[in-house]
Design a protein around this ligand. Sequence first.
Ligand code: ADP
Ligand code: MG
Ligand code: MG
Length: 875
Amino acid sequence: MSEKYVYNFDEGDMSMRSLLGGKGANLAEMSSMGINVPYGFTVTTEACARFYEEGEKLWDELNEEISKHIKDLEAKNEKTFGNNEDPLLVSVRSGAPISMPGMMDTILNLGLNDDAVLGLAKRTENPRFAYDSYRRFIQMFSDVAMGIDKNKFEKVLSAKKEEKGVSTDNELTEEDLKDVVEKYKVVYKEEKGEDFPQDPRDQLNKAVSAVFASWNNERAILYRKINEIDDSMGTAVNVQTMVFGNMGDSSGTGVAFSRNPATGENKLFGEYLMNAQGEDVVAGVRTPKEINTLQDMMPEVYEEFANTARTLEEHYKDMQDMEFTIQDGKLFLLQTRNGKRTAQAAVQVAVDMVNEGLIDEKEAVLRIEPKELDGLLHPTFTEKALADNEPISKGLAASPGAAVGKICFSAKEAAQRAKDGEEVILVREETSPEDLEGMISANGILTARGGMTSHAAVVARGMGKCCVAGAGELRVSEEERTVKVGDKVYGEEDVISIDGSTGAIYDTALETQPPQFKGAFGTFMEWVDKYRDMKVRTNADTPRDAAQALEFGAEGIGLCRTEHMFFKEDRIFQVRKMILASDLETREAALEKILPMQEDDFYQIYSLMKERPVTVRLLDPPLHEFLPKGEKEIADLASELNLEVAAVKERIAELSEVNPMLGFRGLRLAVIYPEIARMQARAIIQAALHCKKDGINVVPEIMIPLSSEVKELKLVKDTVVEEIEKVFEETGDKVDYLLGTMIEIPRAAITADEIAEITDFFSFGTNDLTQMTFGLSRDDAGKFLPSYIDKGILERDPFQVLDQKGVGFLVETAVKKGRDTNDKLHLGICGEHGGEPSTVKYLYNVGLDYVSCSPFRVPIAKLAAAQAAIEKESK
Ligand code: ADP
Ligand code: MG
Ligand code: MG
């Protein structure tokens, strides 16, 4: 039995996305819903896989199958391929299972040749239109299917326009276009050494092959890499009867969203152009009109389109992104898909759809990709900055957020300058898929041309990046490296600010502020909290971080690193003195100076966090990190300490280590210098006692870092407990407290049963645990890890996404062994992974009580945790 590689539109449905691609599955679905879709068929993704197996060739059985479907199409349309009376014309459209906008190109008007063009002219009684279609076809086919530089054709067209003294294509006559077609054919022959293919079946085969081959073009590969899309799934090809938006003034083409993709507002949003075809709308050739103006132009068509949009939304239960064509007053839908949207719109739409009864709360929570929330957690300009500054110009508010940076005129340069640590804004006439890398690196994107559905706008929204598009007053010159606004000229050293929420452009650096959590986002996060049962804490070292984290909804602090407090200007001197002290007395004197400062830090944080848990980690980094490096600094320190410079240098040398990551750090410091741990324990407890007086009952969690052997931990624990008892005795007052350790050395995970017997909690320090499990240096692995990912040795960077097989095994072991000997053991994570959605879901299922992450990732972790809970429940 031969395999089936081709499906008519009435043979498929939306569940067949992986076989038919998204576009094909949705065209089939729309057909079956009775929506007006030009008929056609889909060559499957399995055919794409086989195409590569065959050595990038189509094979006989497939050719036959395609021919059979062409026959069907001819019968259905009562037209014939290549016919000089009434020819069948088709579009050839790529469509992968996951939408990859702009990645693979479409060929329109396929089937035209020297005979068919006569037929088209005759049937439509519009020869101008027929030759316009033919010249478009030659151009697209040559570019997309045959790889001929499209500029070669653009040149011919421009020359013609010049010759005729006209500025747009629309003004060329039938005769002009006939001539253009002849010249195009000459270009083709020069480039390919053969005539332009006249046989429609031959054209079709070349086009289908080209679509399959385009799966592996550079842009497509890069897009998949960025979006973590599987390279093996392949693309389908849709072959569809052409309808013509370029047939005159009652024809047109457009794209529209069922709701506003930037804000989520429940109102049709889109653009169209009359007497135009295909990419004209998005390519910015002419300026498209807003969709609502269609209401006046063609009220019935508008009404029908609005109804179709609503029907599709109710059917897909999601916002739709649609492409349509009007041929002689008749509406055709050419595509629908769930629309890409900004995070703001995603949340707004999800909340609205719950209120409209389309979906329920849990579905709404599942709808938003956790990492997408990042787009909402971006800053905006402060009201004051907006009030004090006049924009120099305005474009479209294409993707929200506030961005400040120096001007970059090319994507390459943006990528480079960003790498060098500069804050940049990519300023372009308009962007194209080649600009992707630069768009990723820039803080924001500003274009002079293109609408809300231009490349820049679509891609920026997808990335959650601030973008102002179509700022028509800007004159951007990449060669001169200038952008002119009126008589002002700006260059690559000038800083600009752009507001993706209003479209405003400023020529200074405006002050930004953190995001606000009101409205739909607030409602959404309430649902997230309602369905979530794992706690989310934050890593915060200062009262400022803590306040920030509270605003983001943190439920406690999972990691407060005391060393960051040591670096503060007013205390680093005492810290250095403490470290350089050669005897206990001097060290204790320095520690005594530090004590009240630390105590005050903790007091501030506790007061802010109210009764929420706060985990304070005792001093962790190697001591040399606190010491001065420059000659002058060392000399200053020596004189302050009344020491010889040489003596200071000697002590610094003594403290330097070959391998500090595996060196004298963590609780090892407390083993050798117990007085440091004592001072910190005292500060923590005294601060809690102080709070108690204020009526705030804090239960401090004291965390001892880097243990690997229960005996060393026991020693440090005893030191800490002894000091705490002393404080209780001195003050005659008490607080409850917890004492735990970080599990960040494999040996600690393996001996977790012993460790759990003397601790109240574990916090997995997965940064170190990953480093030590892989034997990969956190600081240096960046030099070669990317190649490991390129070569497929590692799927993900294990410092970003927890390695479940290895590191996860240790975590699971520690959880199990720890709970075996201590059933009250409290479990959390404080590594970077605590804010990574897939890791959060994994750790929820491992059974952790909380995750802790940076303040900006708290809502992301919360959402991931809520989704994990909902997903678990529905299993
Ligand atoms: P993309 O994936 O880049 O959007 P499409 O395959 O959707 O590419 O094609 C782009 C545009 O080409 C469509 O939006 C539509 O305007 C036009 N097009 C495609 N197929 C047809 C067709 N059968 N008839 C008329 N226009 C078409
Ligand atoms: Mg499309
Ligand atoms: Mg650590």
